[in-house]
Ligand binder design. Structure first.
Ligand code: GBH
Length: 447
């Protein structure tokens, strides 16, 4: 077979998941209520009124889940820690049982020779903090300082790779603006800009916690779902246009982290709605990172126009996964990694999520034939391989997700796993895509 699609020697292959989407045990062993626990109980917020209460019951089944991972040859697992398990009220009283749980969990991963990549925050803000202002307020930044220091001190002897936050846009703009994610608020543009800013401060605070308490080998970065843009044709003009479009759309998050300032054009366009910035904020936000994590699912096509650029709309018949926002755009892994490298000079990029969600993965005679997923992921990997060939410093790839899970406002019908979960029996069945991915990982090349 051709060797053409082999990855670099130390390339990191893994799978990803997040505490609120798989753990269940939402009110067990002293865990506090999260904004998602609350939001899921608002009528109409989540499809079919589904909740996070039980999910995949990973809280009780983690040992068997890690055994299955090992069987599939998975050596890296991106997980998240539930803040309300550690501090039920966000700050104040520490819940020892929460620390005990993650100690057992991490030990059990290590027993199976799986390396943990830990996300400090994947959207499950303690409701008690929301009641004190949530992301609108610096109260959350102070609480995050205590929380991040506690977990780095507790687990830093075994965890070396830390991700501060997952997808700022999703818990700020979508939670406080659009209102379709928790806490389901609808705030003014100024408040929304302030939620971004407060989240960026938490990123800086989390970086400091790792620098201070993580030990010499510890590394840290953030995971962002930066909007991805793809030149409709790979001509110089369209590529230039796409770069401009990319820089405009990443002014809120990547620009401050990697340049230490909000772009003047962004501040001008926000006018009186711009975030309030205190002395020292921008230094904290732009503390140097060790890597950038990117969640890449799809991109938008762009072409050059005399006055700049133009984003092209998708037609009705453009192929997508069952969740229609996820357009089949494999070039997203190419341009989505090349542009942050070229525009912001980012070195050491990891794809911390990529995958696809479908409604109709069914177990038939013990098997799940998700050829649709295998093909889609394969195409995304081919483009990722091309990026690496072209010199883009991509160091690893985490597939979302290890198993079907709670897909936020879509509930359980959208399945993102390479392992099928029967929510009645909690039976796990690796899908065709899991067996295929296992071959990719163990051979370090696309098959
Ligand atoms: C990631 O988010 C999350 O990190 C992960 O928890 C999640 O399960 C996974 O991806 C799969 O969704 O306004 O209709 O165009 C991806 C987040 C999803 C955010 C799509 C923007 C746009 C929906 N993105 N969403 S729409």
């Amino acid at each position: 077979m051709s060797k053409a699609l082999t990855f670099p020697k130390k390339f990191v292959w893994g799978v990803a998941a997040a505490a609120p989407q798989i753990e269940g045990a939402a009110f067990v062993d002293g865990k506090g209520e999260s904004v998602w626990d609350r939001f899921a109980r608002v009528p109409g917020a989540v499809d079919n009124g589904e909740t996070l209460d039980v999910a995949c019951d990973h809280y009780h089944l983690y040992k068997q889940d890690f055994k299955l991972m090992r069987k599939l040859g998975i050596k890296n697992y991106r997980l998240s820690i539930a803040w309300p398990r550690i501090y039920p009220d966000g700050d104040g009283a520490l819940n020892q049982k929460g620390l005990d749980f993650y100690n057992r969990l991490i030990d059990s991963m290590l027993d199976q020779e799986i390396t943990p990549w830990v996300t400090m925050f994947h959207w499950d803000l303690p409701q008690a903090l929301e009641d004190r202002g949530g992301w609108r307020s610096r109260v959350t930044v102070d609480a995050f300082r205590g929380y991040s220091q506690t977990i780095v001190k507790a687990f830093g002897d075994r965890v070396k790779d830390w991700i501060t936050l997952n997808e700022i846009i999703c818990f700020t703009a979508l939670g406080y603006g659009q209102g379709d994610k928790a806490p389901g608020a609808k705030e003014s543009q100024q408040v929304i800009n302030q939620t971004y800013h407060n989240a960026l401060l938490c990123h800086g605070v989390g970086m400091q916690a790792v620098r201070e308490y993580g030990g010499r080998r510890a590394r840290a970065g953030i995971t962002d779902n930066s909007p991805v843009f793809i030149p409709v044709s790979e001509t110089e003009a369209d590529i230039e246009a796409t770069k401009r479009c990319y820089a405009d759309h990443n002014a809120r998050i990547l620009a401050p982290i990697y340049t230490g300032a909000y772009p003047a054009s962004y501040l001008r366009s926000e006018g009186k709605d711009r975030p309030i910035v205190a002395k020292g904020d921008m230094e904290l936000i732009s503390v140097p990172t060790d890597f950038l994590g990117l969640n890449i699912y799809c991109g938008t096509f762009v072409r050059a126009k005399r006055s700049g650029y133009e984003k092209l709309p998708f037609s009705e018949s453009y192929p997508s996964a069952s969740c229609t926002w996820l357009k089949h755009t494999p070039q997203a892994t190419y341009w989505g990694t090349r542009l942050p490298h070229e525009v912001y000079g980012v070195k050491d990029i990891y794809i911390t999520e990529n995958g696809c969600g479908y409604y109709d993965d069914k177990v038939e005679n013990g098997e799940v034939f998700d050829l649709h997923r295998r093909d889609l992921v394969r195409n995304y990997l081919v483009e990722l391989h091309r990026a690496i060939q072209d010199g883009v410093p991509v160091r690893g790839y985490f597939l979302w997700s290890f198993m079907d899970n709670f897909e936020w406002q879509d509930g359980y019908k959208t399945r993102f796993g390479i392992t099928h979960v029967d929510y009645k029996t909690q039976k796990r069945t690796p899908k065709l895509s899991a067996h295929w991915y296992s071959k990719v990982i163990t051979g370090n090349r696309i098959v």
